[in-house]
Each structure stands twice: as structure tokens, then as C-alpha cells.
Design a protein around this ligand. Structure first.
Ligand code: KQY
Length: 366
């Protein structure tokens, strides 16, 4: 980590830090899916899956779902009454990536970090155009909550980072050092910004994310903290599967790493589901529009059980493959003895390019 002096007004200099996902939450924010060029059959199956995710998470914290005006009544009708629905326009439904990264202050203040956003790569491999509505979401939520919003001079999606709440951040080189995100910022400069805005003392750089992940290797689909000093990692035993080498390289980095407090990490492996592929029927249900990335039958899906959400008393995990669902659920339950691990059928979310972690964003309790 570079020891450049922080600007005097950076959130970290003011005393703000990003808490871990496993710290207590005030709420969980989500968005309602609707775009027919990403979600098959007019997003109806995805809406049912999102509603089930919201229902499970709402068992232990407030859930707030942002929906467009034209989908407001439909979202209200499909979501349980105790899930709040607010009008909030978006270009798609990935609250992890377009929603606020919340930071907290020891005196009880909450603030939002507003990263730049370019739809996972802008015009060089991004997933859709335009992304103007997504770009405004963090500021709108800060406004709704009446909390300060710090604009960070860096493209970053929430799914590209995981933190332990004790000064350590995990990310991937494939995503953060991709020329389609921050071509003018090198590794050290990005570390300085992560320190300035999130209070990070140590960045652990994994080489790459999951095979064929359309986000350019978001860490939240590959590896996450389950406690300080403890991570879960997607694993694949098949040496002929490209995921095997990716996970093995990540394991080597994790095993050699020390976190911000000088601890070694304990790594727990979660099996990769599948491999899973987009079926003809899935692809045929998606509208083909030039403004978004096409979905083609036979495309490999970047399915991963690591893409779960840690709620206050429940963990919402994706069910993706009957051959591995129960093994993954039992391993996660052992990692979260004080929470109930609940599986949600999540193939419809995966077809849109992400999973439960990608569609949720925790608001920490202060
Ligand atoms: O990995 C995530 N955090 C989001 C996935 C977004 C996919 C967009 N199609």
C-alpha cells in the first residue's frame, strides 16, 4: 500500500470506513428487473426470483425495492406487503453495482460513496448503453436517506470489492486493472483511492474472477469474506475446466496473503455448480436489441454459490444445480452457525448475468 498523504477531506480522513457485509444491517436495497433485452419473457421469471430473494432477506431486515413508474404497481403486487417499494429509475437491476457503497463513522453517521459507473466497461465491452439512470442511483438514495454523498474519481462497481470491515479489501486484477474501467489509474493509485474512500489499509489482488463472468471478473462471484480472516472461494476439481486454474491461482494468492491486521486467511472452498450453459429456450426468450449484449444459446454461465447475501439472521444463497445445491448449503451453514442459510432458486437471475449478491446492497446499521 502506498503511503501517499490522504486529502484532508477524504471520507477516511474524516473517520468513515466501509463495514463488512456480516456487520449489522439497517436495510437491504434492491431494484426491480424489467428490461426485456436482458431478462427472458419480459422479465416475468426473473421478477418471481427477485421477489423470493426479497421475501427471504425481509425475514431479518427491512427490504426496499426500487422500481420504475411503469413497473411500480406490478412490483408492489408481486412483493410481500412488508417489503417497501419506492419509485427509482434504473437501466437494469444490479443494486450491488449501481447502488451506494455505504460507509459509517464511529459517531453514528452514515454516508454514501458515489463511484463512477460505466455499465461494466463503457463502450469497450460494457453490457448496455445508455447507463444514465444507473449513474444517478447512489445520489438519489443518499438524498432519500438525507446522508452525505462523496463522489469518488474512479469507476467501480460494488461487486468488484469485498471488505472484512477491519481494513482489508479483496478484488481482482481482471476487473480493476481492466483498461475499460480506469485506464489512467495504476494499481498503486487505485489502492490510494480505496484507502481514501473506504478506509482500506490492505488490498489483496486476486488475478481473475470466474470463467466467462461478463463483469470482467467481479470478486463477488468468486471469493468473499465470511468473517475477518476467513474467506469462501468458488472451487472446481476438474482440471480440464478453465475454472480450475482460476480458482487455484486465487487460492495460492489467498494462502500467501496477510490481511490488514497481519493475519493469515482461512479459505473454505464452495463447489462450482454445473458447469451451466444458456439453453436455446432461455436465449429465445430474450429480446435482441442493439443496445445490449446478446444472449446466445450455449453460452457458459458464470454460476457460483459464492454469490450469496449475508443478512442479519439469514443468508440468502442461490440454488443453481441439484447436484451441488445441498453440499454448498451445508458448507455455508457451517460457516454461518448464527444465521439460517436459505436457498432461493436463482437460475433466472444467473441468466441475466449475476446472482443474489449482485442484486442486493446492504445499508449498515449505525
Ligand atoms: O456481479 C455482479 N455484481 C453484477 C453482475 C451484473 C451483470 C449485468 N448483466
Amino acid at each position: 500500500m502506498s503511503d501517499l498523504v490522504l486529502p484532508s477531506d477524504s471520507p477516511a480522513r474524516l473517520g468513515f470506513r466501509m463495514p463488512a457485509e456480516f456487520a449489522p444491517h439497517e436495510a437491504c436495497w434492491m431494484l426491480w428487473p424489467q428490461r426485456p433485452d436482458n431478462w427472458r419473457l419480459g422479465a416475468k421469471p426473473a421478477q418471481r426470483a427477485f421477489a423470493e430473494v426479497a421475501r427471504v432477506i425481509a425475514q431479518s431486515e427491512t427490504v426496499i425495492v426500487g422500481a420504475s413508474d411503469e413497473q411500480y404497481e406490478n412490483a408492489r403486487d408481486q412483493l410481500p406487503p412488508h417489503v417497501r417499494v419506492v419509485e427509482l429509475s434504473s437501466n437494469d437491476a444490479w443494486m450491488r453495482d449501481v447502488g451506494p457503497t455505504f460507509v459509517t463513522h464511529p459517531d453514528g453517521r452514515l454516508a454514501v460513496i458515489d463511484w463512477d459507473f460505466n455499465a461494466w466497461g463503457g463502450l469497450k465491452g460494457g453490457l448496455y448503453f445508455p447507463w444514465d439512470k444507473d449513474r444517478r442511483i447512489r445520489r438519489k438514495i443518499a438524498g432519500m436517506l438525507g446522508v452525505p454523498c462523496f463522489s469518488a474519481p474512479m469507476v467501480l462497481e460494488g461487486g468488484a470489492i469485498h471488505v472484512d470491515g477491519e481494513g482489508t479489501l479483496i478484488t481482482t486484477e481482471e476487473c480493476l486493472l481492466n483498461p475499460n474501467r480506469n485506464p489512467s489509474l495504476d494499481r498503486e493509485e487505485q489502492e490510494v483511492l480505496l484507502a481514501d474512500y473506504l478506509g482500506i489499509d490492505k488490498v489483496i489482488w486476486l488475478p481473475a474472477g470466474c470463467y466467462q463472468d461478463e463483469t470482467d471478473g467481479h470478486v463477488d462471484n468468486l471469493c468473499c469474506f465470511v468473517a475477518p480472516g476467513v474467506v469462501a472461494l468458488t472451487w472446481c476439481d476438474d482440471v480440464d475446466d478453465p475454472q480450475h486454474a482460476i480458482s487455484r491461482r486465487a487460492l495460492e494468492v489467498l494462502e500467501a496473503a496477510r490481511d490488514a491486521r497481519g493475519r493469515r486467511l482461512t479459505v473454505h472452498k464452495l463447489p462450482q455448480p454445473g458447469p451451466l450453459y444458456l439453453a436455446e429456450e432461455d436465449a429465445n426468450g430474450v429480446d435482441r436489441l442493439s443496445s445490449s449484449r446478446p444472449r446466445r444459446a450455449g453460452d457458459r454461465l458464470a454460476g457460483s454459490y459464492v454469490n450469496f447475501y449475508i443478512g442479519n439472521r439469514v443468508v440468502a444463497m442461490p440454488l443453481l444445480d441439484p447436484a451441488f445445491d445441498e453440499i454448498a448449503r451445508a458448507r455455508l451453514q457451517a460457516l454461518f452457525p448464527e444465521r439460517r442459510v436459505v436457498g432461493v432458486p436463482a437460475r433466472e437471475i444467473l441468466l441475466g448475468g449475476g446472482n443474489i449478491h449482485c442484486i442486493t446492497q446492504q445499508q449498515p446499521r449505525v
